[in-house]
Design a protein around this ligand. Structure first.
Ligand code: NAD
Length: 452
């Protein structure tokens, strides 16, 4: 059987891959297990030396692979190429991972301890469609560097770029160190219930719950990076133009299909009118279209189900009293026209459930306390952003928002070395930075007497 990859802008078939029969997944995992001891024996530096060789290939092929990524995922070509280039820049990441996985020596007067971060064995990595190359890197690279072998189950929406990613690494890796199974939820279920030691998952909260349940009988290690409902708080002393510029970029980038998209905006009344006008103007200036359209900024939804979900949320919000300040009409095919809704509230699904579409939802608030209370009124806790000119005041608000990552007058994501963290129901464990890399390993303490 073949899995077709569909261009979400046109419905055309971009290419096909063979679907892995669910009953064949166990054999792929068994081969990965057989390959693991030799991979572990290379040590962190030996593994990094091999993995590093793939970097230049991604950079050399960035134009072609970026086009493939954009065709099957729908994002503008510039962003597809940028994503492929980002996975090719391996050196800094690999150095940080060597540091994470080399043993640390601890010593007191009586004892010398090797604090080790050893492989777990075989790691299953399950990834989403929205950043179909970089999400693989975020899971697979630290898992491999820890000395595990990896079986990847990429999104069924973006199998071609996933296959290309694995092919590039397999030009430099021993067989079965990084393998791939193709298919949808059925293959995902087969993989997480196979003989794997760890499950690293990036995707929706709903699928995350299934994975946690599936991992429970074997007490498998689990790392979940899940969805978000990120708030943006605009304080009354904010630079309105900058805040609106950020709101537009972060609500509509990748057609809103970003885990840290701005999904809820709370703006203080004193600046609300000016802010809303600037967001509407920014929204109306965006060019929407397929990946190869000149100047395109906003592509389609990944598939019709996602389009229907976003349109349903918009329709329900409007029926409950929200006003459409921009867009709201002119949707065609899988494209949802960039839309700005004002006068929304938390009784509406669009303010409670992840939208993952090109919609900016604005609520006017009178106090910063009200903004914090509403921002925290969500089971999600991935990112949050606060805009305000008095940075101390903005930082005070940021500290009160229960999210894993908070940006002040900028987007989320920290200085290099920072992990990528979801709080509340947006994640379990985290990756990135030395602490995140180590979650793909088994901590071990090996001690002996100190010599007199
Ligand atoms: P999804 O949960 O539908 O699918 C993710 C992967 O899980 C796919 O490979 C899919 O085939 C597989 N899968 C589906 N059901 C399964 C099951 N029962 N058992 C095992 N595997 C199963 O997610 P998606 O629609 O591809 O991606 C969008 C979601 O990902 C959004 O919620 C977004 O916020 C989230 N996301 C989070 C982060 C983060 O860093 N926190 C990053 C990117 C995306």
């Amino acid at each position: 059987m073949q899995l077709e990859s569909i261009n979400p802008a046109t419905g055309d078939v971009v290419g096909v891959v063979p679907v892995t029969a669910p009953q064949d997944v166990a054999a792929v995992v068994a081969r990965a297990r057989a390959a693991q001891p030799a991979w572990e024996a290379l040590g962190p530096r030996g593994r990094a030396d091999l993995l590093r060789r793939a970097g230049p290939t991604f950079l050399e092929r960035a134009a072609a692979l970026g086009e493939l990524l954009s065709r099957e995922m729908g994002k503008p070509l510039r962003e597809g190429v940028g994503e492929v280039r980002s996975v090719g820049h391996l050196d800094g990441e690999l150095e940080e991972m060597i540091q994470a996985f080399e043993p640390v020596i601890l010593q007191d007067g009586r004892t010398v301890t090797e604090y080790r971060h050893d492989p777990l064995g075989v790691c299953a990595a399950l990834t989403p469609f929205n950043f179909p190359a970089s999400m693989i890197s975020w899971m697979a690279l630290p898992a491999l560097m820890a000395g595990n072998t990896v079986v990847l189950k990429p999104s069924e929406e973006t199998p071609l770029i996933a296959q290309a990613y694995v092919d590039v690494f397999n030009e430099v890796l021993p067989p079965d160190v990084l393998s791939i199974v193709h298919g949808g939820a059925e293959q995902g279920r087969a993989l997480v219930s196979a003989d794997v030691d760890m499950i690293a998952f990036t995707g929706s909260r709903e699928t995350g719950r299934h994975i946690l349940c599936a991992a429970a009988p074997g007490l498998k290690r689990v790392m979940l990076e899940l969805g978000g409902k990120d708030p943006l708080v605009v304080l009354d002393d904010a630079d309105v133009a900058q805040a609106a510029d950020f709101a537009v970029r972060n609500s509509f980038r990748n057609a809103g299909q970003v885990c840290v998209s701005t999904e809820r905006i709370y703006v203080q009344e004193a600046v609300a009118e000016a802010f809303e006008a600037a967001v509407v103007a920014g929204c109306q200036a965006l060019v929407q279209g397929p990946w190869d359209l000149e100047g395109v900024a906003v592509g389609p939804m990944i598939h019709a189900r996602q389009r229907d979900h976003v349109l349903r949320q918009i329709d329900e919000a409007v029926a409950a009293g929200a006003t459409v300040a921009a867009g709201g009409v002119g949707h065609r095919g899988n494209f949802v026209a960039p839309t700005v809704l004002c006068g929304v509230d938390h009784s509406m699904s669009i303010m409670r459930d992840e939208t993952f579409g090109p919609v900016a939802c604005i609520v006017r608030v009178s106090t910063e306390e009200e903004a914090v209370t509403l921002a925290n009124d969500s089971p999600y806790g991935l990112g949050a952003v606060v805009f305000g000119s008095d940075e101390e005041r903005a930082a005070g608000v940021a500290r009160r928002i229960r999210a894993g990552m908070v940006g002040i007058n900028r987007g989320v994501g920290g200085a290099s070395g920072s992990p990528w963290v979801g709080a509340k129901e947006s994640g379990l464990g985290f990756h990135g930075g030395v602490d995140g890399h180590r979650q793909f390993s088994q901590a071990r303490i090996v001690s002996r007497r100190a010599s007199p």
